[in-house]
Design a protein around this ligand. Structure first.
Ligand code: PLP
Length: 380
Protein backbone atom coordinates (compact mmCIF):
# COMPACT_ATOMS: atom_id res chain seq x y z
CA UNK A 1 0.00 0.00 0.00
CA UNK A 2 1.34 3.47 -0.85
CA UNK A 3 2.11 5.60 2.19
CA UNK A 4 -0.70 7.95 1.20
CA UNK A 5 -3.52 7.40 -1.24
CA UNK A 6 -4.39 10.55 -3.15
CA UNK A 7 -6.43 11.07 -6.28
CA UNK A 8 -4.29 11.92 -9.30
CA UNK A 9 -6.11 12.97 -12.47
CA UNK A 10 -4.27 12.51 -15.77
CA UNK A 11 -4.47 16.26 -16.28
CA UNK A 12 -5.83 18.93 -13.93
CA UNK A 13 -6.71 22.01 -15.96
CA UNK A 14 -8.75 23.40 -13.07
CA UNK A 15 -5.58 23.68 -11.00
CA UNK A 16 -3.97 25.65 -13.83
CA UNK A 17 -7.00 27.90 -14.30
CA UNK A 18 -7.02 28.80 -10.60
CA UNK A 19 -3.61 30.40 -11.02
CA UNK A 20 -4.64 32.25 -14.22
CA UNK A 21 -8.22 33.33 -13.62
CA UNK A 22 -7.38 36.92 -12.68
CA UNK A 23 -5.17 37.32 -15.74
CA UNK A 24 -7.50 35.67 -18.26
CA UNK A 25 -10.86 37.17 -17.34
CA UNK A 26 -10.00 40.83 -18.13
CA UNK A 27 -8.59 39.80 -21.51
CA UNK A 28 -11.73 37.85 -22.37
CA UNK A 29 -13.87 40.78 -21.18
CA UNK A 30 -11.92 43.07 -23.45
CA UNK A 31 -12.68 40.91 -26.48
CA UNK A 32 -16.37 41.12 -25.62
CA UNK A 33 -16.19 44.90 -25.16
CA UNK A 34 -14.57 45.35 -28.58
CA UNK A 35 -16.76 42.64 -30.22
CA UNK A 36 -13.78 41.92 -32.44
CA UNK A 37 -14.12 38.13 -32.64
CA UNK A 38 -12.47 37.18 -35.92
CA UNK A 39 -8.90 38.33 -36.48
CA UNK A 40 -8.01 41.71 -35.00
CA UNK A 41 -5.42 42.84 -32.47
CA UNK A 42 -5.51 39.77 -30.19
CA UNK A 43 -4.85 37.39 -33.08
CA UNK A 44 -2.17 39.66 -34.59
CA UNK A 45 -0.54 40.03 -31.17
CA UNK A 46 -0.54 36.29 -30.51
CA UNK A 47 0.94 35.56 -33.95
CA UNK A 48 3.82 37.96 -33.30
CA UNK A 49 4.46 36.46 -29.87
CA UNK A 50 4.37 32.89 -31.19
CA UNK A 51 6.77 33.74 -34.01
CA UNK A 52 9.17 35.27 -31.48
CA UNK A 53 8.81 32.29 -29.13
CA UNK A 54 9.60 29.79 -31.89
CA UNK A 55 12.27 31.93 -33.55
CA UNK A 56 10.28 32.08 -36.80
CA UNK A 57 9.48 34.89 -39.21
CA UNK A 58 5.82 33.94 -39.53
CA UNK A 59 3.19 32.38 -37.27
CA UNK A 60 -0.31 31.97 -38.72
CA UNK A 61 -3.17 31.19 -36.33
CA UNK A 62 -5.45 28.33 -37.42
CA UNK A 63 -8.70 26.75 -36.34
CA UNK A 64 -7.00 23.59 -35.00
CA UNK A 65 -3.82 21.55 -35.18
CA UNK A 66 -5.57 19.26 -37.62
CA UNK A 67 -6.42 22.20 -39.87
CA UNK A 68 -2.84 23.47 -39.58
CA UNK A 69 -1.65 20.12 -40.97
CA UNK A 70 -4.32 19.96 -43.68
CA UNK A 71 -3.70 23.54 -44.79
CA UNK A 72 0.08 23.08 -44.81
CA UNK A 73 -0.07 19.97 -46.99
CA UNK A 74 -2.66 21.58 -49.24
CA UNK A 75 -0.55 24.71 -49.68
CA UNK A 76 2.42 22.52 -50.65
CA UNK A 77 0.29 21.00 -53.40
CA UNK A 78 -0.22 17.54 -51.91
CA UNK A 79 -2.99 15.79 -53.82
CA UNK A 80 -4.23 12.54 -55.36
CA UNK A 81 -1.48 10.07 -56.21
CA UNK A 82 1.13 11.73 -53.98
CA UNK A 83 2.81 10.06 -51.04
CA UNK A 84 3.62 11.67 -47.71
CA UNK A 85 6.11 9.92 -45.45
CA UNK A 86 5.21 9.80 -41.77
CA UNK A 87 5.00 7.61 -38.67
CA UNK A 88 2.11 5.17 -38.17
CA UNK A 89 2.36 5.79 -34.42
CA UNK A 90 0.77 9.20 -34.01
CA UNK A 91 -2.57 10.83 -33.34
CA UNK A 92 -4.89 10.19 -36.28
CA UNK A 93 -4.94 13.87 -37.38
CA UNK A 94 -1.46 13.49 -38.90
CA UNK A 95 -2.50 10.75 -41.29
CA UNK A 96 -6.10 11.89 -41.70
CA UNK A 97 -4.83 15.17 -43.19
CA UNK A 98 -2.80 13.24 -45.78
CA UNK A 99 -5.69 10.96 -46.72
CA UNK A 100 -8.24 13.79 -46.92
CA UNK A 101 -6.20 15.38 -49.71
CA UNK A 102 -6.35 12.12 -51.67
CA UNK A 103 -2.69 11.34 -51.00
CA UNK A 104 -1.27 8.14 -49.51
CA UNK A 105 0.67 7.65 -46.31
CA UNK A 106 4.05 5.99 -46.72
CA UNK A 107 4.84 4.81 -43.21
CA UNK A 108 8.25 4.50 -41.58
CA UNK A 109 8.26 2.52 -38.32
CA UNK A 110 9.31 4.13 -35.03
CA UNK A 111 12.49 3.90 -33.00
CA UNK A 112 11.33 1.93 -29.92
CA UNK A 113 13.44 4.10 -27.61
CA UNK A 114 11.86 7.45 -28.53
CA UNK A 115 8.60 6.37 -30.23
CA UNK A 116 9.51 8.78 -33.04
CA UNK A 117 10.00 7.97 -36.72
CA UNK A 118 13.22 5.96 -37.14
CA UNK A 119 15.27 8.26 -39.36
CA UNK A 120 17.56 5.36 -40.28
CA UNK A 121 14.68 3.85 -42.28
CA UNK A 122 13.58 7.09 -43.93
CA UNK A 123 15.54 7.18 -47.15
CA UNK A 124 14.41 3.70 -48.22
CA UNK A 125 10.79 4.92 -48.09
CA UNK A 126 11.30 7.73 -50.61
CA UNK A 127 9.81 7.06 -54.08
CA UNK A 128 9.15 9.22 -57.15
CA UNK A 129 5.69 9.84 -55.67
CA UNK A 130 6.99 11.30 -52.39
CA UNK A 131 5.80 14.88 -52.00
CA UNK A 132 6.45 15.72 -48.34
CA UNK A 133 8.19 14.27 -45.28
CA UNK A 134 6.04 14.69 -42.17
CA UNK A 135 7.89 13.91 -38.92
CA UNK A 136 5.85 13.95 -35.67
CA UNK A 137 7.63 15.10 -32.50
CA UNK A 138 5.65 12.67 -30.37
CA UNK A 139 5.06 13.19 -26.64
CA UNK A 140 7.14 16.40 -26.68
CA UNK A 141 10.49 15.09 -27.85
CA UNK A 142 12.16 16.13 -31.10
CA UNK A 143 12.68 13.67 -33.94
CA UNK A 144 16.38 13.40 -34.85
CA UNK A 145 16.10 16.28 -37.33
CA UNK A 146 19.70 16.73 -38.49
CA UNK A 147 19.90 13.48 -40.53
CA UNK A 148 16.24 13.86 -41.52
CA UNK A 149 16.90 17.31 -43.01
CA UNK A 150 20.01 16.05 -44.81
CA UNK A 151 17.89 13.39 -46.55
CA UNK A 152 15.15 15.94 -47.31
CA UNK A 153 17.68 18.34 -48.88
CA UNK A 154 19.28 15.57 -50.90
CA UNK A 155 15.90 14.63 -52.39
CA UNK A 156 14.65 18.26 -52.51
CA UNK A 157 11.58 17.41 -50.43
CA UNK A 158 9.71 19.85 -48.17
CA UNK A 159 9.36 18.91 -44.51
CA UNK A 160 6.19 19.57 -42.48
CA UNK A 161 6.77 19.09 -38.75
CA UNK A 162 3.84 17.94 -36.60
CA UNK A 163 4.55 19.93 -33.43
CA UNK A 164 1.12 19.44 -31.85
CA UNK A 165 2.81 17.85 -28.82
CA UNK A 166 6.15 19.67 -28.99
CA UNK A 167 5.73 23.43 -28.63
CA UNK A 168 9.02 24.73 -27.20
CA UNK A 169 10.83 21.38 -27.57
CA UNK A 170 14.29 21.63 -29.08
CA UNK A 171 16.47 19.24 -31.03
CA UNK A 172 19.95 18.28 -29.82
CA UNK A 173 21.51 21.24 -31.65
CA UNK A 174 19.19 23.68 -29.85
CA UNK A 175 16.88 24.31 -32.79
CA UNK A 176 13.19 24.67 -31.97
CA UNK A 177 10.91 21.97 -33.34
CA UNK A 178 8.78 23.47 -36.09
CA UNK A 179 11.49 25.95 -37.07
CA UNK A 180 13.70 23.31 -38.70
CA UNK A 181 11.63 22.10 -41.67
CA UNK A 182 9.64 24.02 -44.27
CA UNK A 183 6.51 24.39 -42.14
CA UNK A 184 5.65 23.62 -38.51
CA UNK A 185 2.11 22.80 -37.31
CA UNK A 186 1.00 23.29 -33.72
CA UNK A 187 -2.21 22.58 -31.79
CA UNK A 188 -3.84 24.44 -28.92
CA UNK A 189 -6.08 21.51 -27.96
CA UNK A 190 -6.57 21.90 -24.20
CA UNK A 191 -4.38 18.89 -23.32
CA UNK A 192 -1.29 20.22 -25.13
CA UNK A 193 1.35 22.10 -23.15
CA UNK A 194 -0.14 25.36 -24.48
CA UNK A 195 -3.87 24.68 -24.53
CA UNK A 196 -6.65 27.10 -25.44
CA UNK A 197 -10.23 27.38 -24.22
CA UNK A 198 -11.33 25.30 -27.19
CA UNK A 199 -9.85 24.37 -30.54
CA UNK A 200 -7.00 26.22 -32.19
CA UNK A 201 -3.55 25.86 -33.71
CA UNK A 202 -0.99 27.63 -35.84
CA UNK A 203 1.44 27.19 -38.71
CA UNK A 204 4.98 28.59 -38.56
CA UNK A 205 7.51 29.18 -41.32
CA UNK A 206 10.45 31.32 -42.42
CA UNK A 207 9.29 31.20 -46.06
CA UNK A 208 7.65 34.55 -46.96
CA UNK A 209 5.87 33.28 -50.08
CA UNK A 210 4.44 30.20 -48.36
CA UNK A 211 3.36 32.27 -45.36
CA UNK A 212 1.47 34.62 -47.65
CA UNK A 213 -0.15 31.75 -49.55
CA UNK A 214 -1.25 30.08 -46.30
CA UNK A 215 -2.66 33.35 -44.91
CA UNK A 216 -4.74 33.75 -48.06
CA UNK A 217 -5.87 30.09 -48.11
CA UNK A 218 -6.79 30.32 -44.42
CA UNK A 219 -9.48 32.82 -45.41
CA UNK A 220 -11.10 31.19 -48.47
CA UNK A 221 -8.18 32.06 -50.78
CA UNK A 222 -9.54 35.60 -50.79
CA UNK A 223 -7.33 38.51 -51.86
CA UNK A 224 -8.60 41.20 -51.93
CA UNK A 225 -12.00 40.73 -50.29
CA UNK A 226 -14.42 38.68 -52.44
CA UNK A 227 -11.79 37.99 -55.09
CA UNK A 228 -10.70 34.36 -54.81
CA UNK A 229 -7.27 33.85 -56.25
CA UNK A 230 -6.84 30.40 -54.73
CA UNK A 231 -9.08 27.73 -53.30
CA UNK A 232 -9.04 27.87 -49.51
CA UNK A 233 -11.39 27.59 -46.59
CA UNK A 234 -12.22 28.92 -43.16
CA UNK A 235 -9.17 27.91 -41.13
CA UNK A 236 -9.11 31.00 -38.88
CA UNK A 237 -8.25 31.27 -35.20
CA UNK A 238 -10.71 33.37 -33.19
CA UNK A 239 -9.90 36.32 -30.97
CA UNK A 240 -11.19 34.75 -27.73
CA UNK A 241 -8.72 31.90 -28.13
CA UNK A 242 -5.93 34.32 -28.91
CA UNK A 243 -6.70 36.39 -25.80
CA UNK A 244 -6.51 33.32 -23.55
CA UNK A 245 -3.43 31.92 -25.28
CA UNK A 246 -1.49 35.19 -24.96
CA UNK A 247 -1.87 35.01 -21.18
CA UNK A 248 -0.89 31.35 -21.10
CA UNK A 249 2.12 31.75 -23.42
CA UNK A 250 3.81 33.88 -20.73
CA UNK A 251 3.78 30.85 -18.40
CA UNK A 252 4.68 28.18 -20.92
CA UNK A 253 8.39 27.90 -20.15
CA UNK A 254 7.70 27.60 -16.43
CA UNK A 255 5.18 24.83 -17.16
CA UNK A 256 7.72 22.98 -19.32
CA UNK A 257 10.18 23.17 -16.42
CA UNK A 258 7.50 21.86 -14.04
CA UNK A 259 6.85 18.86 -16.30
CA UNK A 260 10.59 18.19 -16.63
CA UNK A 261 10.96 18.31 -12.84
CA UNK A 262 8.11 15.82 -12.52
CA UNK A 263 9.81 13.53 -15.05
CA UNK A 264 13.06 13.71 -13.07
CA UNK A 265 11.14 12.99 -9.85
CA UNK A 266 9.44 9.96 -11.44
CA UNK A 267 12.86 8.63 -12.47
CA UNK A 268 14.14 8.96 -8.89
CA UNK A 269 11.02 7.41 -7.42
CA UNK A 270 11.12 4.44 -9.82
CA UNK A 271 14.84 3.93 -9.16
CA UNK A 272 14.14 3.86 -5.40
CA UNK A 273 11.62 1.05 -5.95
CA UNK A 274 14.42 -1.20 -7.29
CA UNK A 275 12.05 -3.17 -9.54
CA UNK A 276 13.67 -6.12 -11.37
CA UNK A 277 15.42 -4.98 -14.57
CA UNK A 278 13.11 -4.67 -17.57
CA UNK A 279 9.91 -4.50 -15.50
CA UNK A 280 9.30 -0.90 -16.55
CA UNK A 281 10.94 1.23 -19.22
CA UNK A 282 10.88 4.96 -18.57
CA UNK A 283 10.95 7.47 -21.45
CA UNK A 284 14.40 7.97 -22.95
CA UNK A 285 15.70 11.49 -23.52
CA UNK A 286 17.85 12.06 -26.58
CA UNK A 287 21.13 13.58 -25.35
CA UNK A 288 21.03 17.37 -25.56
CA UNK A 289 17.44 17.55 -26.77
CA UNK A 290 14.92 19.54 -24.71
CA UNK A 291 11.93 17.27 -24.02
CA UNK A 292 8.79 19.15 -22.93
CA UNK A 293 6.95 16.04 -21.69
CA UNK A 294 3.54 16.59 -23.17
CA UNK A 295 3.27 12.95 -22.11
CA UNK A 296 5.36 10.75 -19.80
CA UNK A 297 5.21 7.27 -21.31
CA UNK A 298 5.83 4.07 -19.42
CA UNK A 299 6.46 0.74 -21.15
CA UNK A 300 5.59 -2.56 -19.45
CA UNK A 301 5.15 -6.13 -20.69
CA UNK A 302 2.21 -6.36 -23.11
CA UNK A 303 0.50 -8.98 -20.91
CA UNK A 304 0.54 -6.57 -17.96
CA UNK A 305 -0.35 -3.25 -19.55
CA UNK A 306 -4.14 -3.46 -19.59
CA UNK A 307 -4.33 -4.86 -16.06
CA UNK A 308 -2.01 -2.09 -14.83
CA UNK A 309 -4.23 0.53 -16.44
CA UNK A 310 -7.26 -0.95 -14.62
CA UNK A 311 -5.35 -1.12 -11.34
CA UNK A 312 -4.34 2.54 -11.56
CA UNK A 313 -7.83 3.68 -12.54
CA UNK A 314 -9.42 1.76 -9.70
CA UNK A 315 -7.01 3.52 -7.36
CA UNK A 316 -8.02 6.98 -8.57
CA UNK A 317 -5.02 7.52 -10.84
CA UNK A 318 -5.74 8.85 -14.32
CA UNK A 319 -3.86 7.16 -17.15
CA UNK A 320 -4.36 6.95 -20.91
CA UNK A 321 -3.14 4.84 -23.80
CA UNK A 322 -1.63 6.91 -26.62
CA UNK A 323 -2.45 5.08 -28.92
CA UNK A 324 -4.08 1.64 -28.69
CA UNK A 325 -4.22 1.07 -32.49
CA UNK A 326 -1.45 2.32 -34.79
CA UNK A 327 -2.71 4.26 -37.81
CA UNK A 328 -1.94 1.57 -40.40
CA UNK A 329 -4.37 -0.81 -38.65
CA UNK A 330 -7.26 1.66 -38.38
CA UNK A 331 -10.48 0.44 -39.95
CA UNK A 332 -10.83 3.45 -42.26
CA UNK A 333 -7.59 2.41 -44.00
CA UNK A 334 -8.68 -1.18 -44.67
CA UNK A 335 -8.57 -0.55 -48.43
CA UNK A 336 -4.90 0.53 -48.24
CA UNK A 337 -3.94 -3.10 -47.58
CA UNK A 338 -1.74 -2.69 -44.51
CA UNK A 339 -1.73 -5.62 -42.10
CA UNK A 340 -0.57 -6.57 -38.62
CA UNK A 341 3.18 -7.10 -38.64
CA UNK A 342 3.91 -4.32 -41.17
CA UNK A 343 5.27 -1.90 -38.53
CA UNK A 344 6.20 -4.09 -35.56
CA UNK A 345 7.67 -1.39 -33.32
CA UNK A 346 4.53 0.74 -33.60
CA UNK A 347 2.35 -2.29 -32.92
CA UNK A 348 4.45 -3.23 -29.88
CA UNK A 349 4.28 0.31 -28.49
CA UNK A 350 0.49 0.28 -28.90
CA UNK A 351 0.33 -2.84 -26.70
CA UNK A 352 2.97 -2.00 -24.10
CA UNK A 353 2.72 1.69 -23.22
CA UNK A 354 0.64 3.98 -21.03
CA UNK A 355 0.83 7.67 -20.16
CA UNK A 356 1.10 8.83 -16.53
CA UNK A 357 0.02 12.20 -15.11
CA UNK A 358 2.83 14.72 -15.73
CA UNK A 359 1.08 18.12 -15.55
CA UNK A 360 3.11 20.83 -13.79
CA UNK A 361 0.85 21.22 -10.74
CA UNK A 362 1.39 17.60 -9.55
CA UNK A 363 2.39 17.44 -5.88
CA UNK A 364 5.19 15.34 -4.37
CA UNK A 365 2.54 13.24 -2.64
CA UNK A 366 0.75 12.55 -5.93
CA UNK A 367 3.94 11.53 -7.72
CA UNK A 368 4.91 9.19 -4.90
CA UNK A 369 1.43 7.67 -4.92
CA UNK A 370 1.57 7.03 -8.69
CA UNK A 371 4.92 5.25 -8.50
CA UNK A 372 4.07 3.26 -5.38
CA UNK A 373 0.76 2.11 -6.86
CA UNK A 374 2.54 0.94 -10.03
CA UNK A 375 5.33 -0.79 -8.12
CA UNK A 376 2.83 -2.55 -5.85
CA UNK A 377 1.02 -3.93 -8.90
CA UNK A 378 4.16 -5.00 -10.76
CA UNK A 379 5.52 -6.83 -7.72
CA UNK A 380 2.29 -8.75 -7.12
C1 PLP B 1 -3.35 16.93 -30.96
C2 PLP B 1 -2.65 16.46 -32.15
C3 PLP B 1 -3.01 16.87 -33.45
C4 PLP B 1 -4.28 17.62 -33.77
O1 PLP B 1 -4.51 18.78 -33.10
P1 PLP B 1 -6.00 19.33 -32.90
O2 PLP B 1 -5.76 20.76 -32.46
O3 PLP B 1 -6.65 18.51 -31.86
O4 PLP B 1 -6.71 19.28 -34.21
C5 PLP B 1 -2.21 16.48 -34.50
N1 PLP B 1 -1.13 15.72 -34.32
C6 PLP B 1 -0.77 15.27 -33.10
C7 PLP B 1 0.46 14.44 -32.96
C8 PLP B 1 -1.52 15.61 -31.98
O5 PLP B 1 -1.16 15.17 -30.78
Amino acid sequence: MPATRVAVPLLDLKAQYKTLRDQIRPQVDEVFETQYFIGGPQVDGLEKELAAYCGLKHAIGCSSGTDALLLSLWALGVGPGDEVITSPYTFFATVGSIARLGAHCRFVDIDPATYNLDVGRLEAAITHKTKVILPVHLYGQAVDMRPLMAIAHKHKLPVVEDCAQSIGARDADGRMTGAIGTLGCWSFFPSKNLGGAGDGGFIGTNDDALAHKIRVMRNHGMEPKYFHKLLGGNFRLDALQAAVLRVKLRHLDAWHEGRRRNAADYRKLFAAQKLPGGTVTLPSERPGAYHIYNQFILRVAAGKRDALVKHLQSNGIGVEIYYPVPCHLQECFASEGWKAGDFPQSERAAKETLALPIYPELTAEQKACVVETIAEFLRS
